[in-house]
Each structure stands twice: as structure tokens, then as C-alpha cells.
Design a protein around this ligand. Structure first.
Ligand code: DC
Length: 670
């Protein structure tokens, strides 16, 4: 995928509309592992497709599980608790929900059936503690070695066939650093309970210290039950896995929408759903995810919420939001969203009991404090709390995201203040919500003139299209190839037999055009016409009809409608002069006729069409003259356009040049 270094969010004003959440990360990765360990196959519906689930799926594949796409669902055929692959190196990215449970399951399987497994991840994964889990597994007799620093991945898990685990005494595990250690044991130890016919006994797990993030353990227990394992629980201190437990596939599982991801849209509604609600589909009050309780916190801050079983409707209630003080131990991930909502509150908001933030994808307390201060908030942080006072003056800021999806999603909500926000490395949202920004921009609105536009005008074959589309891709902006609209009008008029001089006739046709844009593809009445638009007869008809005032007027509204958050790069002839006269950056691109003729020549050769360079050049010069001298929208640079002659430049050089000009006009500083 093309890496976007930053995404600039324009100042946003309101939000409304409907969003379907991606699947829950916590449920997806637990279900994948359970299905992979179980006997039989499980059809998993609505699975989250993200970095963290992809590493789990790859790990299961390496372990010999069957994985087959069935329509939108994934069929997982499990190993039935018996290792078929005894040696593997698994790379688990930065997915704690893969590292911890796989470490436990493979340690137990290697110790009883023999094998050797290495588990590693990205650098940050090697800074995230796993020692408490390893200590617990070592009590059972598992052979686990640290390959880097003690207490942290990477790990090597080994064992001999017919090994025995010491399950007679309770296994003790700390519960106050990460609840994932307990979850990992709960998911893995049924493998050692004798369900495979070996002599078995009840396995007892005892938690040392106060168990944090209990709702995540509830998800684990709930999913274990669906896979046939009923864990007995005494308070939150003692858990018993009955002897002879065996994972049995429930046949099919539907993954709920992600409740932590829902928090951004609940917040969006509380902050900006002024005229109509934000409707969130995929979680509701029937959810098994603890993070749905984020809604209670949002309501305490003033959100107006209606919850149904599988849907949440949010509007702005109190405004400004109300400051709160809240123990967030039960909603550790979603609570980050409260820290950003706090900037819209009527006083200081204090979130307590959040020490676990410090061992997540990054040190989230430190990261949040630094980034909220950048936009103007006053922030106090402690070992296990954060206190946020709303900014007196909001500052445009470039937000570091620390390879932490939640930092990116949270801070995007800082854009509702009249100042733009730059999110660095925005694609880190791929960990749990690859389409987050698309979803945000579907719901969030702003004033038309707040959406930044870059215009690239210039003569034919100057390389506008390549420059503009590359710029749009690297900025994460929309792209308008206005020439394609003249071309599609030309094609439609050809098909309908409307004369190329009949301005009103073509304008009437344009008003009724059924167009759909899908990235670089354009559909007319449902048919993809992208290739037909490049035809020579279509191009020359486009050139003719583009001189008709009625045609230009008829295409005006359509062109303007491309101006949507986060921004637009538009290429054509009159983008900077007529369509977007208030564009923030206007570039007029030229190249010598000789260079342009050569480029067109090479383009034609690559399509297998022969041509003569001199003829091409004469043709280009004639077209230039016609475009420059036509009465309506003649081709000329806007007064405030920057001229760029790219005759001697590569595409990368021109892109870098224009990005440099753009950067000078942005308010984010170096
Ligand atoms: O850039 P292109 O070759 O795809 O454009 C097709 C025709 O449309 C070209 O002859 C010029 C005309 N055009 C225009 O008049 N104004 C624009 N903004 C874009 C294209």
C-alpha cells in the first residue's frame, strides 16, 4: 500500500449519518484462536480485517489450520488440540491479542506433544511485558526462553512428546498489569485438562493482585462457553477449568462490531451531531464487550444517547460537554476517547486507574499528554491518571501517533475547533480500523470553503494528471480529473447522437448523467467507461464541446461537488481560474512542446499505437493555441498561480516541488 506520511484534517463543524462498525478486535482474535484449536470447522462471520487479525490468521496458517474464504465469511478448520506442525517461527506484529494467547497455547502444546516455536513481533511488541504470563506457564513446567530481554518477547517455547504438566496445584498469575495474561491462560489451559484422552484433572488459576480490565476476561469466558468450555469463577480471584474440557466448534460465530471503535463515533455524535444523529450499527446494549460502557461515560459528559440491542444513536446533548472525574479501569481502551472529549468540556476532566495505558501500543498516558498539549490543552499526568483542561486557544498541530491506532483515531476528534489537525502516519489505524478516516469523512461535514483545494492547470500532455493524482494519493485527498468529465459528456453525447455544437442539448444530457467514481474508474449508467474515455474520437469531441458555455456551466456543480474533506487536488484547464478561484495552492504546469510531444509519443507506443512526433507536436501546438484563445475559460494561469515547467523534471521531482510549496502554506510548522 502507498504510505501516506500525514493526513491533514480541515476544521470540521458537524456530523451526522450512519456507520457500520468493523468487527471487534478482541472477539475476532479470540474466536480465531479458539476455532484454530477446536475440532471441526467454524464459519466466522463479520471478522475484523486488520493488521492484528491478519497476523493471527497467518499464525494459524503456519500451524496447519485450514482457512478458506466463503463469501464474506472465513471458514477455520481447527487442529483439534493436536499439533500437526511441531516447529514454526511466528511473527505477530504488535498484536497483544495474538502474542499472549498464542504464547500460552503453544507453550502448553509443545510441553505435552513436543515441538519448538518462536514468537516475535515489531520492536514495540518486544517492549511489552509478558513475564507474568511466562512465570505462570513455567509453574506448570513449560519450557520458555527469552530470546531478547528477560520478561519480554521474542520467546522460544519448547518441549518433548508425552510431556506432563504440573496441573495439580493452582497456577498463579498476576492480574494487575494486563488482563491478557489471565485471558491467555484461560484460552490455553483447556488443552491440558485431559480433553484429549490423557489423564486429566481440574485446572485452577488464581489471580494475584487486583484483576484489571475485567470486562475483557468476561469476553474470554463468554467465548470459551461458546466453544464448549464452562469455566467456574469464584469472584475474580479463582477460575477452574473442568477436567476433560475440550473445544467444540459451535459451527458458526458472528463477530460483533468493535465497541472500542464505536467510542470515536459516540464522541463524534456528542461533539458534533447537532442537526441529525450519528447512528452506529454493530454494537449496542446486547454486546458482550465491556467497552460499550463507554457510552455511560459519554452520557455523563452530556451525550444524548439511545441504545438498542445492536445499535447506538447519538446526538449532542450538553454543550460544552460536562467535565467528569472517572475511574476508567473497566474501559481502558475507550477511555482514551474521553481524554479528547475532555477538551470540549466545561472544566478539568480526570481519568483515573489507567496504569495499563502505559504498557499498550505505546505509553498512552505520556503520548496523550504530549499531543493534547500540542493543540492547546493543559494536561497533568501521573503514574495511573491523566487530567485534561480544555484549551484556552486551540492551536493547529501535527500529531504524532506512536504507531498507535487509538492515538490517531482519538486525536482526529480534535478537528472540531476551527483549526486544522495533522495526523502523522495515519495508516496506523490499520491495526483495528483500516477505513477509519473514510468513515469519519462520510459522517463529518465542514463549510465548503474550509476544504483545502490544490489546483493543477496546464496544457495537454503537460503531465497534470500524473502530478495531480500522485499528489492526491500522497496527501490522502480526493482527486478530480476534470478533463474526464468533458470526456464523459462527449461520450454520452456521441452515444445519444447529440450534435457536438448543441450546447443546450449536451447540457441537458449532463444534468441527467448517472456517474459513479471509484478511485480512477468512472462508471456511466453502470458501465465502466474509463478506457473508452481515452479514445481519440472522444478526446477530440471533448475538446470541441469544452468551448461551449452551456457545457461548461452544466459541469460546474459536478466539479465543485468533489470538494469534500479532507481535501481535493483538481487538474484541468480552469481549476484555479473558474472552478476553485479560492484554492489554497494553484499550480500552472507546463513543459516545452518538444517534451510534451515526446511524452505523448511514448504513451502511444506503450499502448501499441504508432505515431509521428512532428505531427504530434504540431497537433499539440494547434490545441494550445485554440485553448489559449477561446472566448470561454481560455487556458491561462491564474494570477496567483505558481508556474512549474517540468520539462527537465521527473514525476517525483515535480511532486516534491509542489508538496514543498504546499508545506510552506500549511500552519503546522516544521
Ligand atoms: O485533460 P483532458 O485531455 O482529459 O481534457 C479533455 C478536454 O476537455 C480537453 O480538450 C480540454 C477540455 N477541458 C477543459 O476545457 N477544461 C478542463 N478543466 C478540463 C478539460
Amino acid at each position: 500500500m502507498f504510505a501516506i506520511p500525514f493526513l491533514d484534517l480541515p476544521p470540521l463543524t458537524k456530523a451526522s449519518g450512519q456507520i457500520r462498525l468493523p468487527g471487534s478486535k478482541s472477539i475476532s482474535n479470540r474466536v480465531l484462536l479458539l476455532a484454530g484449536l477446536a475440532e471441526g470447522s467454524t464459519l466466522v462471520h463479520d471478522l475484523l480485517d486488520s493488521d492484528d487479525t491478519r497476523v493471527m490468521i497467518e499464525a494459524l496458517r503456519s500451524l496447519g489450520c485450514g482457512l478458506a474464504q466463503e463469501g464474506a465469511a472465513l471458514r477455520v478448520t481447527g487442529i483439534g488440540g493436536r499439533l500437526s506442525v511441531h516447529q514454526a517461527s511466528l511473527f505477530l506484529g504488535n498484536a497483544g491479542t495474538a502474542m499472549r494467547p498464542l504464547a500460552a497455547a503453544l507453550a502448553v502444546l509443545a510441553a505435552t506433544q513436543g515441538g519448538q516455536f518462536e514468537l516475535s513481533g515489531v520492536a514495540r511488541m518486544h517492549e511489552r511485558p509478558i513475564g507474568d504470563l511466562v512465570d505462570a506457564l513455567r509453574q506448570l513446567g513449560c519450557d520458555i526462553q527469552y530470546l531478547g530481554n528477560d520478561g519480554y518477547p521474542p520467546l522460544r517455547l519448547a518441549g518433548q512428546p508425552q510431556g506432563q504438566l504440573a496441573t495439580g496445584a493452582p497456577v498463579r498469575v498476576r492480574g494487575d498489569v494486563s488482563s491478557q495474561f489471565l485471558t491467555a491462560l484461560l484460552l490455553a489451559l483447556p488443552l491440558a485438562s485431559g480433553g484429549d484422552g490423557s489423564p486429566g484433572a481440574d485446572i485452577v488459576i488464581e489471580v494475584d493482585g487486583e484483576l484489571i480490565s475485567k470486562p475483557y476476561v468476561e469476553i474470554t469466558l463468554n467465548l470459551l462457553a461458546r466453544f464448549g468450555i464452562t469455566v467456574q469463577r469464584d469472584g475474580w480471584q479463582r477460575f477452574t477449568i473442568p477436567a476433560g474440557s475440550r473445544y467444540r466448534s459451535p459451527g458458526a460465530v458472528h463477530v460483533e462490531g468493535d465497541a472500542s471503535s464505536a467510542s470515536y463515533f459516540v464522541a463524534l455524535g456528542a461533539i458534533a451531531a447537532v442537526d441529525a444523529p450519528v447512528l452506529i450499527e454493530g454494537v449496542g446494549n446486547a454486546s458482550i464487550q465491556g467497552d460499550v460502557r463507554f457510552v455511560e461515560a459519554a452520557v455523563a459528559m452530556g451525550a444524548d444517547v439511545r441504545m438498542e440491542a445492536n445499535r447506538i444513536e447519538v446526538r449532542r446533548g450538553a454543550w460544552p460537554l460536562r467535565a467528569i472525574t472517572l475511574d476508567c479501569n473497566h474501559i481502558p481502551d475507550a477511555a482514551m476517547t474521553l481524554a479528547v472529549m475532555a477538551m470540549y468540556a466545561d472544566g478539568p476532566t480526570r481519568l483515573t486507574n489507567i496504569a495499563s495505558w502505559r504498557v499498550k501500543e505505546t505509553d498512552r498516558i505520556a503520548a496523550m499528554a504530549i499531543e493534547l498539549r500540542k493543540v492547546g490543552a493543559q494536561v497533568e499526568e501521573g503514574a495511573d491518571f491523566i487530567e485534561v483542561r480544555p484549551p484556552a486557544v486551540w492551536q493547529p498541530a501535527a500529531i504524532h501517533t506512536y504507531d498507535d491506532h487509538r492515538m490517531a483515531m482519538c486525536l482526529s476528534l480534535a478537528a472540531f475547533n476551527g483549526v486544522p489537525v495533522r495526523i502523522l502516519d495515519p495508516q496506523c489505524v490499520g491495526k483495528t480500523f483500516p477505513d477509519y478516516f473514510e468513515a469519519l469523512f462520510k459522517l463529518a461535514h465542514t463549510h465548503h470553503d474550509q476544504v483545502p483545494v490544490i489546483t493543477i492547470d496546464g496544457p495537454t500532455a503537460s503531465g497534470k494528471g500524473t502530478l495531480a493524482s500522485t499528489l492526491a494519493a500522497s496527501l490522502g485527498y480526493h482527486f478530480l480529473d476534470s478533463g474526464s468529465l468533458y470526456r464523459v459528456a462527449a461520450l454520452a453525447s456521441l452515444r445519444q447522437g447529440v450534435a457536438d455544437s448543441d450546447g443546450p442539448g449536451i447540457a441537458a444530457l449532463i444534468a441527467k448523467l448517472k456517474l459513479r467514481f471509484d478511485g480512477p474508474r468512472l462508471y456511466l449508467e453502470g458501465d465502466e467507461v474509463s478506457d473508452q474515455l481515452r479514445r481519440e474520437d472522444v478526446g477530440s469531441r471533448a475538446s470541441k464541446i469544452s468551448a461551449l458555455g452551456d457545457v461548461r456551466a452544466a459541469l460546474y456543480a459536478l466539479q465543485v461537488s468533489f470538494r469534500r474533506p479532507p481535501g481535493l487536488v483538481a487538474d484541468g484547464r480552469d481549476m484555479g481560474t473558474v472552478i476553485f478561484p479560492d484554492a489554497a495552492l494553484k499550480v500552472f504546469l507546463t513543459a516545452s512542446p518538444a517534451t510534451r510531444a515526446e511524452r505523448r509519443h511514448n504513451q502511444l507506443i506503450s499502448k501499441g499505437i504508432s505515431s509521428n512526433i512532428d505531427d504530434l507536436r504540431a497537433d499539440l501546438e494547434a490545441r494550445d493555441a485554440r485553448d489559449r484563445t477561446r472566448a470561454i475559460a481560455p487556458l491561462q494561469p491564474a494570477e496567483d498561480a505558481l508556474l512549474l515547467d517540468n520539462s527537465a523534471q521527473t514525476v517525483d521531482e515535480s511532486v516534491a516541488q509542489v508538496l514543498g510549496w504546499w508545506e510552506e502554506r500549511r500552519p503546522f510548522g516544521a
